[in-house]
Design a protein around this ligand. Sequence first.
Ligand SMILES: [Zn+2]
Length: 215
Amino acid sequence: MTSELKLRERIVEIGSSLYRRGLSPGSSGNISARLEEGWLLTPTNSCLGELDPASLSKLDWNGNLVAGPKPSKEYFLHLAMYQKRPQSGAIVHLHSSYAAAISCVEGLNPASCIPPITPYFVMRVGKLPLIPYFRPGDKALALEIAKHSEKHSAVLLANHGPVVSGNDLDSAMYAIEELEETSKLMLLLDGQKIRILNPSQIQELRETFGAEWDS
Ligand SMILES: [Zn+2]
């Protein structure tokens, strides 16, 4: 397993990269990584562009702060997902513009709110459930996330933004970027007749690349 120091440094680098590219405006967004005991999370009201490896929050599996500054108020989103996904080593949550815009669209399919329009979306993000709206800080949101996290590595929170897990920090970052770009494509395609990948094309991705897209 990667050392805690390396994970702290990578969280800072990824936060800076996401911030510089406009994916985490203001103090929105948070990044976490699993440790051998407990997990690391970006602190409350922190700007992802100005993190410090020595000032990240360290929590236990009950969500209690073990060391460092007060964690993000959205810590329970991460905790709910980790508890159902032992294979996930990192989680990124953003209020990135295009995915947040999609999360506000009326009439999305709650079981799969972005259709399989590109193979990369199918492979890196997978079928994306829509989680109903809850006010910020409402712990009921954690139960909804937990319901879907066993089968899905990513979820979209209605009128809010995406929560995406990965085996490690880099794969979580790539997956949330893929989701942001696919959201952008969906908005560009608004009003067009879209040709989505058919079931046999999706099956091929499952067999060739292990894509997780249940039929
Ligand atoms: Zn949020």
